[in-house]
Design a protein around this ligand. Structure first.
Ligand code: URA
Length: 259
């Protein structure tokens, strides 16, 4: 304020006392908050969390864009739509021979599969390999092995429906790209999820069903007992053997050469 009066004096301006009073008041007056506050940021745009259906749609787009099996595998590994992914060590996609006449579809990775990044490599997987070998099938020669869910659920619980719907477009696309002659659904989870039924595996095992993908593959799907179930209930192995023999017969009739 005094600097202002000095400046006026230098300029030869005679300060009017009323003007000085008004000027002092203006300098002393506290600033109104609105003059000192930083401009407010515009309200953040509220982002709705994405639903499993949103993620499933994204999975359909990613799966449809994959023109071959390596591209599909990369798309599955890049996909972030499963809540299980954060807790998993690996994305477990498939093992075996792409384009093989037989595709086995299981439930999802367990501890050993999560560690190795490959399906059916734990105790149940070893039994599955023996079951396949009994009808001259193997992941080394003529079988592709995958699951309806690619990430290990906590404590090995069953994957829930929201976790399955986001994987389903990839499962169907793998079927279309690999084009098997026959699908084996190993256990109740893949069977009920692929066939969209509530009927249990006890009633569905050994009964071939026609399965169709949205992209136009169609063929037989045969439900069998899950090998982990057979480890717990070895007395059921006789029925599993009947189902395997039927699968072998179906493959022979379809002209598939077994190893
Ligand atoms: N059980 C399954 O269903 N899939 C696997 O990959 C391993 C165990």
């Amino acid at each position: 304020m005094d600097a202002l009066l000095d400046w006026w004096a230098d300029m030869g301006v005679e300060a009017d006392p009323a003007v000085i009073r008004a000027a002092r008041k203006a300098v002393a007056a506290p600033r109104r908050p609105s003059e000192t506050r930083k401009p407010e940021a515009p309200p953040a745009r509220s982002r709705k969390p994405r639903t499993p259906e949103d993620w499933a749609e994204e999975a359909w787009r990613a799966a449809a864009a994959a023109g071959d099996i390596p591209a599909l595998k990369a798309a599955i590994e890049a996909f972030d739509g499963s809540p299980l992914k954060a807790g998993a060590e690996n994305t477990v996609v498939f093992d075996g021979v792409p384009g093989a006449p037989v595709m086995v579809i299981g439930e999802g990775p367990g501890a050993e599969e999560d560690r190795q990044g490959l399906p059916f490599v734990g105790k149940a997987g070893q039994l599955l390999d023996r079951m396949l070998a009994a009808i001259r099938l193997s992941r080394a020669e003529n079988t592709l092995i995958t699951n309806v869910n690619y990430w290990r659920p906590p404590k090995n619980r069953n994957p829930d429906p929201d976790e399955l719907i986001v994987c389903r477009p990839f499962v169907d696309r793998l079927i279309e790209l690999s084009a098997p002659k026959l699908i084996i659904a190993a256990g109740g989870v893949p069977t009920t999820s692929l066939l969209a039924t509530k009927t249990g595996i006890m009633r569905l095992r050994g009964k071939p069903k026609e399965y169709q993908t949205p992209g136009g593959w169609s063929g037989p799907l045969v439900p069998i007992f899950h090998p982990a179930f057979l480890l717990r209930r070895p007395q059921e192995k006789a029925r599993a053997w009947v189902d395997l023999q039927m699968i072998e017969r179906m493959l022979r009739e379809a002209g598939v050469e077994l190893g």
